[in-house]
Design a protein around this ligand. Structure first.
Ligand SMILES: *Cc1c(COP(=O)(O)O)cnc(C)c1O
Length: 380
């Protein structure tokens, strides 16, 4: 507790409700003495999340990465899977842990999501599935992706780690594809400290997923698959239920910061804002900006400048997944195959956005960026 710097602004911070509100949940768990394995709060959170999100079948996990790994297991995905290099590294790691080869396809320059126009060229006889990501909670082109998957008989698993609560055409984005995977990590819009979930289409698949996250047990003595331990415990689930009660306030506070940044940066030369199409709702999970070549200083210099003002912006996603040592040897990982993702990864900077971000800190961030924008042109 001693090294918490007073003026330091992190890029994100978990929303934590007043501690007193959580005490009754803990007392109840203490009374029940049921701490994990599909306990009361676990069952309740699955129900309430289905209602809140507008989905029918949801299985909780101890984190998003195990949920991704298990989703691939549940669908028996093998061979090659087409995915985006512009994501958090867990997206490809989940493939790696299943012995599946990631095939990287470039992204769309506006949405920064997997470019549907480039998917077909990457399909081979080994391709079994697509693993797109709704980056920054901006939905992928779900209709185009569905059409391609149908044409080629491919499964679709969405990494929806960012996309909690997002709707497309007034329908949950989580209802597209065969499965969607959420993360409830402390850095995400809705958190259970660590946590995640798989959203699937039918009860039978949910049962298979529930077995897989519990070592493959279907009853006391029967194990039907080499499952894993991916179960969410009761304290996390109870915290999730409490967190859900605060989602209105969380969204409102995030929306206000988003609005303030947009207003401040809308006419700044060299700063490109990320826009969500109007048929989609937003959850304000991130505030990415692209620092273009006509901004007076580079993205990294702006990052450093913010650092000196004790503001931790993050270069999400830099490096690209395809640049990490375990992936860069893949034929699809070369920069010539991924020019748009490579450029975005060199230009993107996520500014702090979280419910408790103080007004004067927002001001400090805005002033720092604007002050850089007014500097003399960068010599090039
Ligand atoms: C956070 C995140 C994950 C991993 O989720 P965890 O709950 O941290 O395991 C996977 N994919 C993306 C895109 C993420 O942002």
């Amino acid at each position: 507790m001693t090294n918490l710097k007073k003026n330091f602004v992190p890029v994100t911070q978990p929303y934590l409700p007043p501690l007193d509100e959580f005490r009754p949940y803990l007392e109840d768990i203490w009374d029940r003495k049921w701490v994990t394995n599909n306990g009361w709060y676990h069952q309740q959170l699955e129900k309430e999340l289905c209602d809140y999100l507008g989905v029918e079948h949801l299985s909780l996990f101890s984190n998003g990465t195990l949920a991704l790994i298990t989703a691939l297991q549940a669908l028996k995905i093998t061979g090659e899977v087409i995915t985006t290099p512009f994501s958090f590294v867990a997206t490809s790691h989940a493939l790696h842990w299943n012995g599946i080869r990631p095939v990287f396809v470039d992204i769309d320059p506006i949405s920064l999501n997997l470019d549907p126009e480039r998917i077909e060229a990457a399909i081979t006889p080994q391709t079994t599935a697509l693993l797109p990501v709704h980056v920054y909670a901006n939905p992928c082109d779900v209709e185009r992706i569905e059409a391609i998957a149908d044409t080629y008989g491919l499964r679709v698993i969405y990494d929806a780690a960012h996309a909690f609560g997002v709707r497309v055409n007034d329908r949950s984005v989580l209802n597209y594809g065969d499965m969607s995977v959420l993360s409830f990590h402390g850095t995400k819009v809705f958190n259970t400290f660590e946590g995640g979930a798989i959203v699937c289409r039918d009860e039978k698949t949910k049962r298979r997923i529930d077995n897989l996250k519990n070592f493959g047990f279907v009853d006391e003595t029967t194990v039907v698959a080499p499952g894993i331990n991916g179960k969410m415990n009761e304290v996390q689930a109870a915290f999730g239920l409490l967190q859900l009660k605060h989602m209105g306030e969380i969204n409102e506070k995030r929306a206000r910061i988003d609005e303030r940044y947009r207003e401040a940066f809308k006419n700044v030369q060299g700063i490109e804002l990320h826009h969500v199409p109007t048929h989609c709702t937003k959850n304000y999970a991130y505030f990415p900006i692209l620092v273009k070549p006509d901004f007076p200083i580079s993205r990294d210099d702006l990052y450093d400048e913010l650092r000196t003002k004790e503001v931790a912006a993050r270069r999400y996603f830099y490096p690209l997944i395809s640049e990490f040592p375990m992936y860069r040897g893949l034929p699809s990982a070369g920069q010539h195959n991924l020019p748009v993702a490579t450029a975005a990864s060199r230009q993107v900077l996520c500014l702090p956005i979280f419910p408790a971000l103080a007004e004067q800190d927002q001001e400090r961030i805005i002033e720092t960026v604007l002050e850089c924008a007014w500097r003399n042109r960068r010599a090039s």
